[in-house]
Design a binder for this molecule. Structure first.
Ligand SMILES: Nc1ncnc2c1ncn2[C@@H]1O[C@H](COP(=O)(O)OP(=O)(O)OP(=O)(O)O)[C@@H](O)[C@H]1O
Length: 718
């Protein structure tokens, strides 16, 4: 689908207005990624220990917290080993380690700030409102105390006439004060929650848009390496997690921080001596908690990566449901999904255990604080350095501090989740494509002839740099000529087409279009103006036929669309459909036959009126009748265009001006059809095989319907 998108105009055209905003540190990021991929390549065993190791270290730390931790450690170790065994022999073999990436990057605060900065005033207003609410919360107990004091005064008094009684007067003032505080509290609560939700939603939308932009402009190499499910997960679940954590952290964090500050000041005002002793232990506790927090962040990242893997299993199975069904693999997919989700749940539980232990330790520290206050305060009371009332007030204030600290430890869990999700989003935002879509020349229409030259091209796919696919490949495609590439499977035919499309860059040598190096030409211009690409199995979008054709050139009007539909032999069958051009083709075009999809794809390519056409085995997946129809469409399409045909069938080869026979990325023979037939080389063998194959198809056709429609006859009818 992405290749289609790149080779067409419309969606990439929209990118003109959405160029990446962030270009910082891409080199370093790529280096890190390369390192990471290098590591991941090593072997499954290393990876298994790699994921298990930090978890083990964390567990060693937890040992102090009791036997529960030891049980957990051994259980997890067993499960990690089990996972390695279980992954062998299923379609995820070798994949899970690539998603469980080590915690390499720190949270990018600078980037986070760049998303927050546009909403600075709203944020400041939200902070101010939250602080007012926190202040009101501190004030409310003392006003409640005033009311209780009045009530206590009248507790034993018999009131004859409640209205004439001074009680109403006495209680009226604190009550009206409290009421106005309640009003203010609800007003400011509304304000800060509303503002924070606005900021959160806008930030999330910006993040999603930037992430999508950044992903869709990546080189094809990026998509070879990353699974669609993973990418979609980052765009959805991670952005969602990040947004809710930021909102929660700011709103609750502000309240707790304000209360913590207010409480601590009260503690110092009541007894500076005891407050100093109580708070002396805080730095050690903070250090310990920070260490634990870092470990929890690693666990959180693994849990999120695993949940991403589970999503991609489900996404892949659902989007390829026909393949699943035809291989009767529903139950296998269920098992696989169950296994992956259980694994995600296990890791999330492990994180939950970590957070629970963290909070348990926090509570222990806080309770210890109360106990030592009592102990110390009692001692001070015994020496008459402190009154019982002051001790009581200190304890109440200490409890307020305790509550906000306990809340803080819960918030730490939220922060860890949010930072993990954020760093996973920022990780992709930083990757810059090697080939920029809009950078480069645009050849003026009057100088565009459509000559393609390969000059001593060497190429290896970035994912397999050691496997050289093209070796010293040179070829000229003259304007208006049709060149057919033939050769055994894996000989490099599709690779040549991909290089013309600039899906990849040659490792060495040059490819030129009308004398201009392809590397210097804008890939966006090239694909939207000069090249038309028709794949073996074209993919349509889940929209109408009209819009699918228009995808080739969004500015085209309906008459132009009907014209190319006629040229591609689509008009007749489309007009016969109940909704005509407004027929929805279903997901990936499944509601049309293979041949119909192919003809719509040809129409789409013709709408660009490209000088160069690339046909990647455009008819090889079709039956004889569809092939004849598509062939007629192609015969129209190639007229006056430079055409590169990746051929498996003799029909296309016979019409070609030049046939090039490839073997392991090298040209072994080339010439016209008859010349090659005469030479009896590799090409001859290929032709023999194909003639035999076509003969079999013809015989089958005869037996099935009694007709004598050979491929050749079909073509001649066309
Ligand atoms: N995206 C990719 N990443 C890594 N290697 C690839 C990729 N695509 C193809 N290859 C490898 O490159 C070689 C050439 O593949 P290519 O698809 O060009 O062959 P082909 O001649 O078109 O084959 P077929 O006729 O079967 O389609 C093969 O060894 C293949 O495994």
């Amino acid at each position: 689908m992405l290749r289609l998108l790149l080779s067409n105009y419309s969606r990439s055209h929209c990118l003109l207005h959405q160029l990446p905003k962030f270009q910082i540190g891409s080199g370093e990021r790529l280096k890190n990624l390369n390192k990471l991929f290098g590591k991941l390549k090593s072997n499954v065993t290393t990876n298994s220990t790699h994921t298990a190791k930090p978890a083990l270290r964390l567990k060693t730390l937890w040992c102090g917290a009791g036997a529960l931790t030891i049980g957990l450690a051994s259980r997890n170790l067993l499960q990690n080993n089990f996972r390695q065994v279980k992954c062998e022999g299923n379609r995820l073999t070798g994949i899970f380690q690539s998603t469980l990436q080590p915690d390499d990057g720190k949270f990018d605060w600078k980037r986070f700030w760049s998303y927050l900065r546009p909403y600075l005033w709203e944020l400041l207003a939200a902070i101010a409102a939250a602080l007012v609410v926190a202040y009101i919360n501190i004030r409310i107990p003392s006003l409640l105390g005033d009311i209780i004091n009045v009530l206590a005064r009248y507790a034993n008094t018999y009131v004859k006439d409640p209205l004439s009684n001074s009680f109403v007067k006495d209680v009226g003032k604190p009550c009206s004060n409290l009421l106005s505080l309640y009003f203010m509290q609800s007003g400011f609560t509304f304000l800060y929650i509303y503002l924070l939700s606005r900021i959160g939603e806008q930030m999330a939308a910006n993040l999603r848009q930037d992430l999508f932009k950044q992903i869709i402009i990546q080189d094809i190499e990026f998509f070879d390496k990353n699974r669609t499910g993973e990418l979609v997960n980052r765009l959805t679940a991670d952005v969602q997690d990040f947004k809710s954590s930021v909102k929660q952290f700011i709103s609750q964090g502000l309240r707790s921080a304000a209360q913590l500050l207010g409480g601590s000041i009260s503690l110092f005002l009541i007894s500076p001596h005891m407050a100093t002793i109580a708070l002396a232990a805080v730095p050690a506790v903070v250090m310990c908690m920070t260490y634990l927090g870092r470990k929890l962040r690693y666990l959180s990242k693994s849990a999120q990566a695993q949940s991403e893997l589970a999503t991609s299993v489900c996404e892949e199975a659902l989007s390829n449901v026909r393949t699943v069904r035809s291989n009767a693999c529903e139950y296998r997919e269920m098992e696989l999904f169950e296994y992956e989700t259980n694994e995600a749940a296990r890791l999330a539980q492990e994180l939950g255990y970590g957070i629970a232990i963290f909070q348990g330790l926090t509570n222990f520290f806080l309770n210890g604080l109360v106990l030592s206050t009592l102990f110390l305060g009692g001692h001070l009371m015994s020496t008459e350095s402190m009154s019982p009332g002051a001790l009581m007030a200190f304890l109440v204030a200490a409890q307020g501090v305790q509550r906000s600290l306990a809340q803080g430890s819960i918030l730490l869990g939220t922060m860890i989740r949010g930072m993990t999700a954020g760093s996973r989003i920022f990780e992709y935002l930083q990757i810059e494509p090697k080939v920029e879509l809009l950078r480069g020349y645009e050849i003026p229409p009057e100088r565009l002839y459509g000559e393609i030259r390969f000059e001593n091209v060497y190429f290896a796919y970035p994912t397999r740099p050691d496997h050289i696919v093209l070796k010293d490949f040179s070829l000229i495609l003259r304007p208006g000529e049709t060149v057919a590439l033939v050769g055994a499977s894996g000989s490099g035919k599709s690779t040549i087409a991909a290089l013309v499309e600039r899906f990849y860059e040659p490792t060495a040598g040059n490819i030129k279009l009308d004398g201009y190096k392809l590397a210097d030409i804008s890939p966006h211009w090239l694909r939207s103006n000069a090249l038309g690409f028709i794949e073996q199995q074209p993919i349509l979008f889940a929209t109408t036929i009209l819009e699918n054709i228009r995808y080739g050139r969004p500015t085209a009007d309906e008459s132009e669309i009907y014209e190319v539909a006629k040229q591609s032999q689509s008009h007749e069958f489309v007009s016969a459909l109940p909704d005509g051009y407004n027929t929805n083709v279903g997901e990936r075009g499944t509601q049309l036959s293979g041949g119909q999809r192919q003809r719509i794809a040809i129409a789409r390519a013709l709408l660009k009126n490209p000088k160069i056409l690339i046909l990647d085995e455009a008819t090889s997946a079709l039956d004889a009748t569809s092939e004849a129809e598509v062939q007629r469409a192609l015969d129209n399409a190639v007229l006056n265009r430079t055409t590169l045909v990746i051929a498996h069938r003799l029909s296309t080869i016979r019409n070609a001006d030049l046939i090039v026979v490839l073997d392991h990325g090298r040209i072994v023979e080339s010439g016209k059809h008859d010349e090659l037939m005469a030479k009896r080389g590799l090409y001859y063998d290929l032709v023999r095989q194909q003639e035999k194959h076509e003969h079999n198809i013809t015989n089958k056709g005869n037996t099935a319907d009694g007709s004598h429609n050979t491929n050749a006859q079909n073509r001649s009818q066309g």
